[in-house]
Design a binder for this molecule. Structure first.
Ligand code: ADP
Ligand code: MG
Length: 248
């Protein structure tokens, strides 16, 4: 029997955005800074009521991003401009209860957003596909692909951009991240530039969306990884074949 996919234990572990980012950070990769917050304090988690002190301690300032520890599809991801908005977003997210009571408060990276598909290892080496730029964020947040098809708000970067130093540094970090999470299948990492133009990783997806234009009426349903693959001249089916070739 052969398998196309990740080790389930690793998928579960790295579904936790906070733990994943701290692990990548400890390995020296550029990652968005953040801390955890919940209604009541516990080890490693700050109380909602102490948010202001926690921001000072973490040297974070507004605007910030509030989001679930294990979320997807941009659900519950909110950009907040001040303490009142941070509290309101946190209370709403916790009341919603869909994502548990612990949230991530993260530095808002206000620069260019790109997402990087990293192919599974061939002879031990990971390979990143062409970064795909995300644009038309809504209130700073890329919308769910079910609401806005990614083909309408995403496009591969050109070769000159690809050659730029910040992009190359980011790609290097993404390839290293794939090895650090023990990826055995395709992963996709969301990155954004900070004020100085350097990219930071903020969302590593162990099982990225892999839809394609498979049937009539769904011609615009390329996923972000399929958009990336087309830059290398791959049709969607060839991306699937490359995924199959990495069966273990
Ligand atoms: N730290 C951040 N800085 C800037 N934008 C962010 C940050 N975190 C999330 N976003 C925005 O919100 C979107 C969804 O957040 P993300 O962490 O990728 O969660 P999901 O798992 O739902 O994709 C991102 O694509 C990006 O547009
Ligand atoms: Mg994401």
């Amino acid at each position: 029997m052969r398998i196309v996919g990740q080790l389930p234990t690793l998928t579960q572990r790295y579904d936790d955005k906070f733990a994943t980012n701290r692990m990548l950070e400890a390995a020296g990769l550029p990652v968005a800074r953040s801390f955890l917050m919940a209604p009541a304090a516990r080890p490693g988690v700050c109380a909602l009521a102490d948010a202001e002190a926690a921001l000072t301690q973490a040297d974070l300032s507004f605007p910030l991003i509030v989001k679930p520890v294990r979320g997807r599809g941009s659900q519950g991801v909110t950009q907040v401009a001040d303490l009142a908005a941070l509290n309101a977003a946190a209370v709403a997210l916790i009341a919603n209860a869909k994502f548990g009571d612990t949230l991530i408060v993260e530095e808002y990276l206000d620069g260019d957003e790109v997402t990087v598909t990293v192919m599974p290892p061939v002879d031990g080496a990971y390979r990143a596909l062409r970064p795909v730029r995300r644009f038309n964020q809504q209130d700073g947040v890329a919308p769910y692909n079910g609401d806005v098809a990614v083909t309408t708000n995403s496009a591969v970067i050109d070769e000159a951009e690809l050659a730029s130093l910040p992009m190359q540094a980011m790609l290097d970090a993404c390839v290293r991240a794939a090895a650090l999470v023990g990826a055995r299948a395709v992963i996709r990492i969301d990155c954004r530039a900070d004020a100085s133009g350097d990219y930071k990783l903020f969302d590593l997806n162990m099982k990225p969306n892999m839809t394609g234009p498979g049937r009539p009426g769904r011609d615009d349903q390329d996923c972000l990884s399929a958009i990336a693959a087309r830059a290398d001249g791959w049709e969607f089916a060839q991306l699937l074949e490359a995924m199959l070739a990495a069966a273990w």
